[in-house]
Design a binder for this molecule. Structure first.
Ligand code: SAH
Ligand code: MG
Length: 206
């Protein structure tokens, strides 16, 4: 969670397309990555010389567009919802990023991951109850020195809180399960960070 003081003086996005995409996501209740989260992602990409990224959960394409604009990378992004896919497609076209971002309109749990190629970074940001499944399925197409980053580990600070709603309680329990699972994954060095809405960084062991 970003400290108010740091937030005030911190780097602010100036790219007009990204700023307007973020505003439209906020207006339409589309849950996009936080400023802190996207800066963390983009800096990891630069530090680790990431070239190929797989994103699970495109929404309107905000995070994919940011990663592709700021780095010399190719992004493949999977989105289940037809409506979101179409919005992302339009936004990527407007950003002139069709060469760098490929979109797939499918349920990420159903498609054949072996046909996608190999990736240096996998960003898991889809249905929060399914993160363990995404992790296990997609770690098989991660390169030797690859990284998996998962978003929304805190789910708006609700994880580990008492809530009345049964469905929400179940979702929070699944996120808690993922958080506990991912730190114990023996093929990865993982740390859970209090960045954005909570993000895990898992680096594949050599
Ligand atoms: N990464 C985006 C936000 C993604 S929001 C950003 O930060 O800009 C999560 C998205 O995941 C939603 O659009 C939802 O439709 C999609 N999603 C949920 N379950 C999915 C699945 N099984 N396969 C593919 N996409 C999924
Ligand atoms: Mg997210």
């Amino acid at each position: 969670m970003e400290n108010e003081y740091l937030k005030n003086i911190n780097y602010k996005e100036t790219n007009t397309l990204l700023v307007s995409l973020k505003m439209s996501a906020l207006e339409n209740n589309v849950p996009i990555i936080t400023d802190e989260g996207i800066n963390f992602l983009n800096q990891i990409i630069k530090l680790s010389n990431v070239k190929n990224i797989l994103e699970i959960g495109t929404a309107i394409g905000y995070s994919a567009i940011s990663m592709a604009l700021k780095n010399n990378v190719r992004v493949t992004s999977i989105e289940k919802s037809k409506e979101m896919y179409q919005k992302a497609k339009k936004n990527i076209k407007e950003a002139l990023l069709e060469e760098k971002i490929s979109l797939i309109n499918k349920d990420a749990l159903e498609l054949d991951e072996k046909k996608l190629g190999m990736f240096d970074l996998i960003f898991i940001d889809a249905a929060k109850a399914q993160s363990i499944k995404f992790f296990n399925k997609y770690k098989t197409i991660l390169n030797e020195t690859g990284i998996i980053i998962t978003d929304n580990l805190l789910f708006h600070d609700l994880v580990n809180q008492e809530v009345k709603d049964r469905n929400l309680r179940q979702l929070l329990r699944k996120i808690d399960n993922f958080n506990k699972f991912v730190v114990l994954e023996k093929d990865f060095d993982t740390y859970l960070y209090q960045i954005g809405d909570g993000m895990s960084l898992s680096i594949k062991r050599k």
